[in-house]
Ligand binder design. Structure first.
Ligand SMILES: Cc1cc2nc3c(=O)[nH]c(=O)nc-3n(C[C@H](O)[C@H](O)[C@H](O)COP(=O)(O)OP(=O)(O)OC[C@H]3O[C@@H](n4cnc5c(N)ncnc54)[C@H](O)[C@@H]3O)c2cc1C
Length: 371
């Protein structure tokens, strides 16, 4: 009997599932990918694309080509609801799709839920395709602006820091006019990083003339700027949301077990703790047994064990356990073809770190290029 494997989202784990499926298809299994976009962004190179160092195709993976190689079908739609008891999902096209195994790798979106007006105003970093379209428009506007545009990035973690530095570099090198402010609710820039790394970045921000508004919680956004919990405001022409990670609301609404943040609860085999025919990975899933930050590194590392366990589950074999690494190397770019490497308490900075990162990223992308 044919069994149906449904992959929801073309995230960092599912590209590896498709790549491995292409090398050895499983007899009697049909694979369907639900992804609204043909191209999925590789997050490690996204700041380089924003900065103008890469072209679109260099940091996007062609899901249609991967699907074709894997004998899979892509349906150009989002999942909008899940009924895990009936083993079916509802798509943004209104279709109901049934599955025997479902894997969810749909990422997350910025956590703007508590900010008044954020649903209408500002530009979220995800979905990436929408963000990139808006960024292009803003680059053109900065070139022709009669006065410097005031731009704010909300999010003081690694993604927000990399993005604002990339934006500032791009606009400055193209001769555009803009002033940037990074806004974060933690008292420090990059609160998860060691003090030496925070100091390195503080020096880069000062040298590049980027303002900091730290230790303040954004409560609202208006057409002319941001409002903070202490009653103060920041005037700006545009704001970018790169703060935190929020789950898709339909996960919790489906009744499947979710963690306190609303992310799909998975066990050490990457399987849902409440429905054994549902798997999850990447930002969308929470490893309650071994919590890790929402980071592409873990989504990438989960790809091979997810692939193995989907196959084992379809065959009725016992699943294997995945143990996430305790600590990951972070290569955080500064927008100007330099980067800072961080491993535990150790860090270093320079153009050579960027070249190292560039080599790693290009080698990663080459794995998913289907000739
Ligand atoms: C600017 C920036 C830079 C970053 N740099 C790094 C870095 O250098 N290293 C690192 O480790 N992490 C980095 N991150 C974090 C990283 O982006 C995420 O942790 C990573 O993308 C998570 O991968 P994922 O597979 O969970 O989801 P994603 O990569 O977000 O992929 C999810 C996919 O699912 C699709 N999708 C979404 N919703 C649905 C739906 N309902 N139905 C179907 N499909 C859907 C999306 O279109 C997307 O293609 C960065 C993040 C940002 C914003």
């Amino acid at each position: 009997m044919t069994r149906r494997l449904l992959l929801a989202g073309g995230g960092h784990s599912h590209i590896e599932v498709l790549r491995r499926w292409a090398l050895a298809p499983e007899p009697g299994v049909t694979v369907t990918l639900l992804s609204p976009d043909r191209w999925t962004a590789y997050s490690g190179m996204l700041p380089g694309l924003i900065a103008g160092h890469y072209r679109h195709h260099e940091c996007h993976i062609d899901l249609d080509a991967l699907c074709a190689a894997a004998g899979a079908t892509r349906i150009a739609a989002m999942v909008t609801a899940l009924n895990p008891t009936a083993q079916e999902v509802v798509t943004s096209r209104g279709d109901i799709i049934r599955y025997d195994r479902l894997a969810i790798d749909i990422g997350s979106t910025p956590a703007t839920g508590g900010i008044a007006g954020a649903g209408r105003l500002g530009i979220p970093i995800k979905p990436v395709a929408d963000f990139l379209a808006q960024w292009q428009i803003l680059c053109s506007a900065a070139l022709n602006a009669p006065r410097p545009l005031e731009l704010a990035v909300v999010g003081g973690g690694a993604a927000g820091v990399e993005t604002i530095l990339a934006m500032q570099h791009r606009i400055a090198t193209e001769g555009g006019r803009a002033r940037f402010t990074l806004v974060g609710d933690a008292a420090q820039l990059l609160p998860a990083q060691p003090p030496a790394v925070r100091q390195r970045f503080a020096a880069v921000f000062a040298a590049r003339g980027i303002g900091l508004r730290l230790g303040q919680t954004v409560t609202g956004v208006r057409a002319d700027g941001l409002e903070f919990a202490d009653g103060s405001t920041l005037a700006c022409d545009e704001v970018f949301w790169i703060n935190g990670a929020a789950p898709a609301p339909w996960l919790r609404a489906s009744g499947i077990h979710c963690d306190a943040g609303g992310f799909l609860s998975i066990d050490a085999t990457l399987r849902s703790v409440s429905y054994p025919d549902v798997f999850g990975s990447g930002d969308a899933a929470g490893m309650g047994h071994a919590p890790r930050p929402k980071s592409g590194v873990y989504a990438v590392r989960q790809g091979p064990p997810l692939h193995d366990n989907l196959r084992r589950s379809l065959r009725g074999e016992p699943l294997s356990e995945y143990r996430p690494q305790r600590r990951a190397l972070a290569l955080i770019s500064t927008g100007d073809r330099q980067a800072i490497a961080v491993y535990g308490p150790l860090s270093c900075h320079g153009a050579w770190v960027w070249r190292w990162k560039d080599n790693i990223d290009r080698a990663f992308m080459a794995r998913y290029r289907v000739s």
